[in-house]
Design a binder for this molecule. Structure first.
Ligand SMILES: Nc1ccn([C@@H]2O[C@H](COP(=O)(O)OP(=O)(O)OP(=O)(O)O)[C@@H](O)[C@H]2O)c(=O)n1
Ligand SMILES: C[C@](O)(CO)[C@H](O)COP(=O)(O)O
Length: 258
């Protein structure tokens, strides 16, 4: 039998079951769309900084053993103090804080530069998604450990989506170019989960502007899969999102004393 016709041995999973999991939390954005104030990740939700909610959400997974927080460029010391002041009772998760960069992509890259070698699975989670449920975090981890190089939590859009020719002036009418078939569209959230080598390669090689890390893996030509997202994993972007986040926290307090 020639080498070519011999059946190839099964590929080992990229990130085998039990591979240690680290999470990078980009938290260095200004939050321009939220309006004037402190950097978005440091603004309070129910009296606690949004970033602390996000860190707790990731550390709630028993699989996550390291969280790397990417702080506003001049705010690393403040973020370290915040983490010290908001201990996570019963958690064995370790923390690192590094200063971030000009763009989300650069902030994630700076976080990855601090990643110790033993972590085979890496999650990237927006500080601006402070209320993601632990089940969503665990579903992403499970899919990566099952062999997917890149995993994104996703939800079907509630609205019909149009492709337009963007107007030069904000608010000017925009010609509609197409109506993509809604059943094939998904709105993606974080945490996005990756086999470590895949994510590092994506950040080393892809230089185009992208809005999420999975998009970089797509540019490498590698498969990205979705798992079900969650409505509470929404991104706090505009002022109304703060109202919604406070309402979700109030409902959790009523339901389970969180
Ligand atoms: N230079 C940047 C820009 C963004 N982020 C992080 O990326 C996540 C998603 O970005 P987004 O919600 O767009 O945050 P901002 O960039 O802060 O928002 P805006 O565009 O309104 O300023 C946030 O957790 C944000 O802190 C980051 O770490 N570094
Ligand atoms: C990564 C992300 O949250 C996935 O939906 C999103 O792409 C971030 O985009 P933003 O424009 O930086 O908020």
């Amino acid at each position: 039998m020639s080498d070519e016709s011999r059946p190839s041995p099964a590929q080992p999973p990229l990130a085998p079951a039990g591979a240690p999991v680290a999470a990078v939390i980009p938290a260095a954005g200004r939050g321009v769309r939220l309006g004037p104030g402190a950097p978005k990740a440091l603004r309070a939700l129910n009296g606690t900084p949004m970033l602390i909610h996000a860190v707790r959400a990731l550390a709630a997974s028993r699989h996550v053993s390291l969280v790397i927080v990417v702080a506003p460029p001049d705010g690393a010391a403040e973020v370290k103090s915040l983490l010290d002041a908001h201990e996570l009772p019963g958690s064995s998760t370790d923390f690192l804080v590094v200063p971030g960069g000009e763009s989300r992509q650069e902030s994630v890259r700076l976080g990855l530069a601090a990643l110790p070698p033993e972590y085979g699975v890496v999650l990237v989670h927006d500080a601006a998604r402070p209320l993601v449920p632990v089940d969503t975090v665990d579903a992403v981890i499970e899919a990566v450990r099952d062999g997917a190089p890149a995993v994104v939590p996703a939800l079907p859009p509630a609205d019909t989506v149009k492709e337009v020719e963007p107007a030069a002036e904000p608010g000017a009418p925009e010609p509609v170019v197409a109506t993509p078939e809604r059943a094939r569209l998904r709105a993606v959230q974080t945490p996005q989960g990756f086999d470590r080598a895949t994510l590092l390669r994506a950040h080393e090689t892809v230089t185009d502007d992208v809005t999420d890390d999975a998009g970089m893996v797509e540019k490498l030509g590698l498969p990205v899969v979705t798992v079900p997202g969650h409505e509470e994993a929404f991104k706090v972007t505009r002022p109304l999102d703060l109202v919604l986040a406070e309402a979700v926290l109030a409902r959790r307090r009523l339901n389970d004393g969180f």
